[in-house]
Design a protein around this ligand. Structure first.
Ligand SMILES: NC(=O)c1ccc[n+]([C@@H]2O[C@H](COP(=O)([O-])OP(=O)(O)OC[C@H]3O[C@@H](n4cnc5c(N)ncnc54)[C@H](OP(=O)(O)O)[C@@H]3O)[C@@H](O)[C@H]2O)c1
Length: 357
C-alpha cells in the first residue's frame, strides 16, 4: 500500500482522503500536516487520472491511488472530497467495508439518517450515524454557522436574512482557473465602462459561472431550483435549519459570486426571541470557540477575504443592532471556504470519530 505509516503510528486509525488532488483535498493535506497527528496510515485516493501522482502530507511524499473497492480496504475513516455523484456511489461502498465516511459533498446532507455536523455547534450529532456516514455542511453555511450557533445558544434564533459574497474556489479548481484566466484578459484595459464589454473580452471563457466573474459580481451559485431559487440558496436554508435543530426557521438568502479567490463573506440579519444588545453579542462572540471578533470600524477594522484567507476561524465584524428592530442584529462574517468551509470542519469531525465519538 502506498500510504504513509511510520512505526510510531502503528495502532492508530487509517485515514483515506478520497479526492486528495482537488481544491478541498489539497487544503486537507495541508491541514493534516499542521494538526496534531492522530492517524496511522494516510491513504490518498482520486480518479484514475491522478493514479501514480505523488503528493506531500505530513512531510512525506505519498502516491495517489485510483478509487476502487480495494483502495478502501482497512480504512477506519474515509474523507470524501469528490463531486456529489462520486460520493453518492462510493461513500456507501466505503461504509459497507467498515469505514466511517466524512462526506464533503452535497449527496447526503439532508438524509435524515446522516448527521450534519459542525463540531463547535452540534458535536453530539456525530454519533447518530446509522448509515456510517457523517456529512460536512456546504461552505457557505459553514462560513457563518459557528457565529450563528454561538448567538443562537444565548439568544434563541427566530429568523435569518443573509446575502453571500462567495469566492470562486467554492467552485473548485475550475473556478479559480476561470477567474485567473479572465483577470489576465482584462488587466490593464479600460474594460468595465460600457455594457457587455467584459463579456465580449472573456468570450465563452466563463468556466463554471454563468457570467464573467472578473470585474463583476454574479447573483447566482449552483443550479436552478423551484421558483427561481438556486441550489446554493436552498442548501444555506436547509442546512442551517438542520444543524441548529430549527426545522421551521424562516430563512431568506441570496447567493452572489464575487471575484475573490478564497474566503466567503456573508451579511447576516438575525432576529432573536427577545431584545438583544451589541455589548451582549460582542461578549458572546469574543469568547465563542472558532470565532474571532474583529470589529472596530473607527480604526478601519473589519474582516475582509484578503485578510481572512488561509486562517481557520470565522471572523465577524460590523456588529450592529438593527435600526428598526431591537430583537435583531446585523453582522458581517467572513471565513476561508476551503478551510473551515470544507477541509478543516471535515478534519475536526474525523478527529471526533477517531477519538471514539
Ligand atoms: N470548494 C469548496 O469551497 C467546497 C466547500 C465545501 C464542499 N465542497 C465539496 O467538496 C467536493 C470537492 O470539491 P472541490 O472543490 O475540491 O472539487 P475539485 O477541485 O473539482 O476536485 C474534485 C476531486 O474529486 C476527484 N474525483 C473526481 N471524479 C472522481 C472519480 N470518478 N473517482 C475518484 N475521484 C474523483 C478529483 O480527482 P482527479 O484530480 O483525479 O480528477 C479531485 O480530487 C465537492 O462535492 C464540493 O461540492 C467544496
Amino acid at each position: 500500500m502506498s500510504g504513509t505509516e511510520r512505526p510510531g503510528r502503528s495502532g492508530r486509525p487509517t485515514l483515506a482522503v478520497v479526492g486528495a488532488t482537488g481544491a478541498v483535498g489539497t487544503v486537507m493535506l495541508q491541514i493534516l500536516s499542521q494538526r496534531a497527528d492522530v492517524w496511522g496510515e494516510i491513504r490518498l485516493v482520486a480518479s484514475p487520472r491522478s493514479a501514480g501522482r505523488k503528493l506531500a502530507v505530513r512531510g512525506e511524499e505519498v502516491e495517489v491511488v485510483a478509487l476502487t473497492e480495494e483502495a478502501l480496504d482497512g480504512v477506519d475513516v474515509a474523507m470524501f472530497d469528490v463531486p456529489d455523484e462520486v460520493a453518492e456511489q462510493w461513500a456507501p461502498v466505503a461504509a459497507a467495508r467498515g469505514a466511517v465516511v466524512v462526506d464533503n459533498s452535497g449527496a447526503f446532507r439532508m438524509d435524515p439518517e446522516v448527521p450534519l455536523v459542525v463540531p463547535e455547534v452540534n458535536p453530539h450529532a456525530v454519533r447518530m450515524r446509522s448509515r456510517g456516514i457523517v456529512a460536512n455542511p456546504n461552505c457557505t453555511t459553514l462560513s457563518m454557522i459557528v457565529t450563528l450557533g454561538a448567538l443562537h445558544a444565548e439568544f434563541g434564533l427566530r429568523e435569518l436574512v443573509v446575502s453571500s459574497y462567495q469566492a470562486v474556489s467554492g467552485a473548485g479548481h475550475a473556478g479559480v482557473r476561470t477567474l485567473r484566466e479572465q483577470l489576465a484578459l482584462v488587466a490593464g484595459t479600460e474594460l468595465g465602462t460600457s455594457p457587455g464589454d467584459v463579456r465580449r473580452a472573456v468570450g465563452d471563457n466563463t468556466g463554471p459561472f454563468p457570467e464573467p466573474v472578473a470585474l463583476n459580481v454574479v447573483p447566482w451559485a449552483g443550479s436552478l431550483r423551484e421558483d427561481g431559487w438556486s441550489s446554493e440558496e436552498m442548501k444555506v436554508r436547509d442546512e442551517t435549519r438542520k444543524i441548529l435543530g430549527l426545522p421551521a426557521l424562516p430563512v431568506a438568502v441570496t447567493c452572489v459570486r464575487v471575484p475573490v479567490v478564497t474566503a466567503h463573506s456573508l451579511t447576516v440579519h438575525a432576529r432573536f426571541e427577545g431584545e438583544v444588545t451589541v455589548d451582549e453579542a460582542r461578549e458572546i462572540l469574543a469568547t465563542a470557540p472558532g470565532v474571532v471578533l474583529f470589529d472596530d470600524p473607527a480604526a478601519g477594522e473589519f474582516p475582509t477575504p484578503a485578510d481572512v484567507v488561509g486562517t481557520d476561524p470565522t471572523w465577524v465584524g460590523r456588529v450592529r443592532r438593527a435600526l428598526d428592530d431591537p430583537t435583531a442584529l446585523e453582522l458581517f462574517v467572513c471565513g476561508d471556504n476551503l478551510r473551515k468551509g470544507a477541509a478543516l470542519n471535515s478534519a475536526q469531525i474525523a478527529e471526533l470519530v477517531a477519538a471514539g465519538s
